[in-house]
Design a protein around this ligand. Structure first.
Ligand code: PBG
Ligand code: ZN
Length: 306
């Protein structure tokens, strides 16, 4: 199958390489603003299709969904809300849309951790089990790409194995393969209701000062079968993209995370800079650093500017 995001040979940003994140929250009736994220909202499952349609008309084709269910689960295995959301979207838009689904447990676990934990420690086996149920449910519903963001050891390998068992042999994984423990995830954690309790994420997210570890993390994920690699946050990881690519020969992208996007918005709000120009500049730097795709909360605002 042709990759959705091939290794890019051109020096321009194109709409095909941009990915727009979206939040869907079971608790919400209509839509709710997300602090710091401008025109990005948390949507209800009823309104999400309308919102997607609007962006599609603007020329955005690729979407990354964060689905936030009502019910917290100690051992997550009920992903029926996720299933319904994905299925409804795919029913309406089919192949017009590329649907990536963030696959993690932090919006579901009672303590907001990305895995199942006990006594302030992640239980890897239980975490993999839940992630496997989630990912296969999303594929059954019609997801195009599974994007595991938990960053636990061997998740990519585990998921690929479950895809084989369930007959999803060609299912693709976009791994959050180099993901730092960062202070730039603030607005996201409010929207995803995923602030961790009890202990922080340093047992599974990377320290920003360790270059070798950061590169190795992506190489590991490539070896486990990831189809796309990603670094995150974007602006604090640009020096890693090219090295990861030349080591793995895989398409490698960046995630301009909520905090870095929000900072551009604030400059605009305080009349200290122009939003569209700030956004464009920041994305051009990702491109210069050789990113093959870019996840940004501003995708819908930049497609007509390119
Ligand atoms: C959680 C997840 C996070 C983001 C994407 N998936 C936050 C975290 O790791 O705490 C961050 C995205 C953003 O800030 O825009 N698995
Ligand atoms: Zn998570």
């Amino acid at each position: 199958m042709k990759p959705f995001f091939p290794i890019s040979k051109i020096s321009k940003i194109t709409s095909n390489m941009l990915i727009q994140p979206f939040f869907i929250d079971q608790k919400i009736k209509d839509k709710k603003p997300i602090k710091g994220l401008g025109k990005n909202y948390s949507w209800s499952s009823k309104k999400i299709n309308q919102a997607l349609e609007k962006d599609l008309k603007k020329g955005v084709k690729n979407f990354l969904l964060f689905i936030v269910p009502n019910q917290k689960q100690v051992l997550p295995e009920d992903f029926s809300f996720h299933y319904d959301v994905i299925r409804n979207i795919k029913k309406q838009f089919g192949k017009d849309i590329v649907l990536l689904i963030d696959t993690c447990l932090c919006s579901i676990t009672p303590d907001g951790h990305c895995g199942v934990s006990q006594h302030k420690k992640i239980d890897l086996q239980k975490t993999h089990y839940s992630l496997g149920v989630a990912a296969n449910t999303y594929l059954e519903a019609g997801a195009d790409i599974i994007a595991p963001s938990d960053m636990m050891k061997n998740t990519t390998k585990y998921l690929k194995k479950t895809f084989q068992v369930n007959g999803f042999n060609s299912a693709s994984i976009m791994s959050y393969s180099t993901k730092f423990k960062s202070n730039l995830y603030g607005p996201f954690r409010e929207a995803a209701k995923s602030s961790p309790l009890g202990f922080d994420r340093s047992s599974y997210q990377l320290p920003v000062n360790d270059r070798d570890k950061a590169i190795k993390s992506s190489i590991d994920n490539a070896a486990q079968g990831a189809d796309y690699l990603m670094v995150k946050p974007g602006m604090t990881s640009i020096d890693l993209i090219n090295e990861i690519k030349s080591n793995t020969l895989l398409p490698t992208g960046v995630y301009q995370v909520s905090g870095e996007y929000a900072s551009l918005n604030y400059l605009h709000k305080e009349k200290l800079g122009d939003y569209t120009k700030l956004l464009h500049e920041s994305l051009l730097v990702f491109k210069r650093a050789k990113a093959d795709f870019i996840i940004t909360y501003g995708a819908r605002d930049i497609v007509s500017y390119l």
